[in-house]
Design a protein. Structure first.
Length: 569
């Protein structure tokens, strides 16, 4: 079959899909499209790194002579898909209903200083990572999750491969350290032979690497012209788009339609073979903007042809600026993004950093104006603001308890996450009080905890999951800030640290109240829409907290780092 390359505005999905269906086979390619929860706003996401969650099959621990190194978090630890599957009852007990797992494809295993345990160093885009299990193991995980009414999202990378080659700058046939990340070439590709190996000579032995993806239904080797080949990339200039990602991850030339088509066909194959429900897309700002509409539209057309609906494309845009976040959700682009403004400006600055809560008004209310109000064609069914993921920590930042080692910090932050509009996300181990401080430290081994369910933070997250499922206002409701103090955690005014917002749906109203002050209680009075005399209860614990006064006035006092969700009976 002759490969079709689309024009600048059209789609090349038809022939790609035909070859894909032929390659996958009719018996395995039709997604079951189970009747999961109806609306992505019903989702409660649980993010996990497969290598770190649980080891369900020790037979796959050693691959190509490389074994886990227990305790060294820069190296493999041994988790796999069977391990995740066997812990689905734990996750169900916690109350989450959507799993986001780390990338599933075969990776470059090792470089001089670390292993590709996280999955972001793709070597063979077509093959499952043997350290995590077989294709059948991954299918079994998806099927088991669906049987529990859970959706499953896999992480995908479109910007780069792993370090599949090095630049032979001096053309001596060997690899030296300065040839791993050579100085960025701004004008054109580096004119040097490529050595298709990952490691520096003189270090550990490594074999020749041949990266693969799908072209016209066949697993096909990538060639040098599929890469930009510009050397070390950075941030904030064109090297972010055309340079290799830090640590020598080789940048794909995503300006080429042939590259876009290969990525679309490859990832359609994973949907067809596994029936996953969405993609979390890595490193979005490192790719030229025009890529996203082409990739998004072609992928969605193919997914629709497979019979899959409401597939979610969720992008990692590591930026707090709402204009930048929203810019990747224009027509045919991503369904939504992670709300890093919520993370950096509300969680880090206000709740954990002691900044004045009044800055949160923009985060909670004003940022919405930057986002389009329509869902993507053939997309996840909701507009980008409704779908955005709100979170307190993840694998790229310090954990909540790493920032503030206070048991109330988890309660405070996760109450904000579950009380906001958008989809809440829990990073694995948050419910077990993990305290990593960034990098490998924030990617701890989970199975050594024994997966207890009686800890305070577990019960807090569990209660928040149950409350969100019980209260439509927390899932579908509007959000209005009722009180945001102009004084923060370094001030002594009586209302310092107080932030209150209202969620409303079909006439039912809930209040989310937070005190970001670490040292003092905070008191405030504010106007609500409740009738006078309405008793308000702690929605998590059941006790009455206050009674609405004349003209809807509510007076409230919260202890240091206190958090409440209030509701009438």
């Amino acid at each position: 079959m002759q490969r079709r390359v689309s024009d600048q505005s059209g789609s090349a999905t038809t022939l790609l899909l035909a070859s894909l269906l032929t390659a996958c086979g009719a018996d395995s390619s039709a997604p079951s499209d189970p009747a999961l929860f109806e609306d992505w706003r019903d989702a409660i996401v649980y993010q996990l790194l497969v290598d770190r969650f649980d080891n369900g099959d020790t037979a796959n621990d050693v691959q190509a002579g490389i074994a886990p190194v227990p305790g060294d978090l820069a190296r493999f630890q041994g988790g796999d898909w069977r391990g995740v599957e066997q812990r689905l009852p734990y996750l169900e007990q916690l109350g989450v209903n959507t799993l986001w797992i780390s990338p599933v494809v075969r990776n470059v295993d090792r470089t001089e200083t670390q292993d590709g345990y996280h999955g972001y160093w793709a070597l063979d885009f077509d093959a499952p990572n043997p350290r995590f299990g077989s294709l059948e193991d991954l299918r079994a995980l998806v099927e088991a999750a669906h049987a529990r009414n859970m959706r499953l999202i896999i992480d995908v990378v479109t910007n780069h491969t792993g370090r599949v080659f090095n630049y032979d700058l001096n053309q001596d046939g060997a690899i030296s350290e300065d040839e791993v990340e050579p100085t960025y070439a701004s004008a054109a590709p580096i004119e040097a032979p490529l050595i298709w190996r990952a490691c520096v000579d003189g270090g550990e032995a490594c074999s020749t690497l041949t990266p693969h993806w799908t072209v016209n239904g066949e697993s096909t080797a990538l060639a040098q012209d599929d890469f930009h080949r510009r050397g070390a990339g950075g941030f904030g200039d064109d090297s972010q788009l055309y340079g290799d990602f830090p640590t020598g991850l080789r940048d794909l030339d995503t300006s080429q339609d042939s590259v876009i088509d290969a990525l679309v066909e490859t990832y359609l194959g994973w949907v067809a073979q596994t029936d996953v429900d969405g993609f979390r897309v890595d490193a979005v700002p490192h790719i030229e903007q025009p890529f996203w509409a082409k990739f998004g539209s072609r992928l969605r057309e193919g997914i629709a042809a497979l019979g899959k609906r409401d597939f979610l494309l969720l992008g990692e845009v590591f930026n707090r600026d709402p204009a930048v976040l929203a810019s990747y959700t224009d027509r045919d682009e991503l369904d939504t993004v992670f709300d890093f403004s919520f993370k950096f400006d509300l969680v880090d600055r206000v709740l954990l950093g002691g900044d004045k809560p009044s800055i949160a008004r923009q985060v909670l209310e004003g940022n919405r104006s930057y986002f389009r109000e329509e869902p993507q064609p053939l997309g996840a069914g909701l507009d980008p603001w409704q779908l955005r993921l709100v979170f307190g920590d993840n694998h790229d930042v310090w954990r909540i308890r790493g920032q503030i080692d206070d048991p109330y910090a988890t309660d405070l932050v996760m109450t904000a996450v579950f009380g906001a509009d958008g989809i809440p996300a829990v990073y694995y181990g948050t419910e077990q009080d993990f305290k990593g401080q960034g990098g490998h430290e924030s990617r701890e081994v989970m199975w050594t905890t024994g997966f207890p369910t009686d800890g305070t933070s577990f019960k807090v997250v569990q209660a928040l999951c149950a409350l969100r499922k019980r209260e439509p206002a927390l899932r579908y409701g509007s959000l209005r800030v009722l009180y945001a103090a102009d004084y923060g955690g370094l001030d002594t005014e009586s209302d310092a640290g107080m932030l209150v917002w209202q969620r409303e749906h079909d006439g039912r109203r809930l209040l989310v109240a937070l005190n970001g002050h670490a040292l003092q209680s905070s008191r405030a009075s504010f106007r609500t829409d409740y009738p006078e005399g309405t008793p308000l209860f702690d929605a998590l614990r059941g006790n009455q907290v206050t009674t609405v006064q004349a003209v809807g006035q509510v007076s409230l006092e919260l202890p240091p780092r206190g958090a409440l969700i209030l509701a009438p009976r």
